[in-house]
Design a protein around this ligand. Structure first.
Ligand code: GTP
Length: 215
């Protein structure tokens, strides 16, 4: 992509589909990222929820992320294939305190493979361990997570939708990977903790970038 595209061209749009068992925290992850909120109360997603968030990647590249939050009960249903179709990124989410939610990702991934096997371009797949604020209750070993990533060439993420830890970084890294943009260490460290607005504070440049991010 040329410089002129990144400065004046229309926003790039990326479709990211969030999959995983019920209660692993998909809606919480999406709302933490898109709205910077978190609700303790569980409200089951029926079918699909949809969020939009505009971010700016290095090189002043505007990217609008469409986050498709798929209800955990849709596995085995007729609509799931349609939700996945056309995704550039897939987030396979599990709850680090719930082994079953990790084991069941195999089934979710099988659906992804079936839907995308004949596509020209394959989506980037990210493995996301959620609820790291509950580290003391972890039942899924980090080794297992890493092995699953290596075996399938997934990118690896650990987040807490509750505290916001690494949530923005997770989406930012996924978008950057899809677009072939390399984030440097400083950019990743800035994004690691909390919301985009918390990015302000340790450098004028980052402050400007953060304030340009639309809600
Ligand atoms: N401690 C903690 N709780 C979380 C976290 N993320 C989500 N939760 C809680 O887990 C419960 C389920 O979260 P949801 O985001 O609704 O889960 P979901 O995966 O969207 O569930 P479905 O709609 O059934 O697919 C809620 O009570 C959340 O408050 C987290 O990072 N830490």
């Amino acid at each position: 992509m040329s410089d002129s595209d990144s400065e004046e061209g229309p926003d790039r749009q990326l479709k990211l589909v969030v999959l995983g068992d019920g209660t692993c925290g998909k809606t919480s992850l999406a709302t933490r990222f898109a709205q910077e909120t978190f609700g303790k109360q569980y409200k089951q997603t029926i079918g699909l929820d949809f969020f939009l968030k505009r971010i700016i990647l290095p090189g002043n590249l505007n990217v609008t992320l469409q986050v498709w939050d798929v209800g955990g009960q849709t596995i085995g249903g007729k609509m799931l294939d349609k939700y996945i179709y056309g995704a550039q990124g897939i987030l396979l989410v599990y709850d680090i305190t719930n082994c079953q939610s990790f084991e069941n990702l195999e089934d979710w991934y099988n659906v992804v493979k079936k839907v995308t096997e004949e596509s020209e371009t394959q989506p980037l797949v990210a493995l996301v361990g959620n609820k790291i604020d509950l580290e003391h209750m972890r039942t899924v070993k980090v080794d297992k997570h890493q092995r699953f990533c290596q075996e399938n060439n997934f990118s690896s993420h650990f987040v807490s939708a509750k505290t916001g830890d690494s949530v923005f970084l997770c989406f930012q890294r996924i978008a950057a990977d899809i677009l072939g943009i390399k984030l440097n260490k400083a950019e990743m460290e800035q994004s690691q903790h909390g919301s985009v607005y918390n990015l302000c504070g340790s450098g004028q440049e980052n402050c400007i970038t953060s304030s340009k991010m639309a809600k």
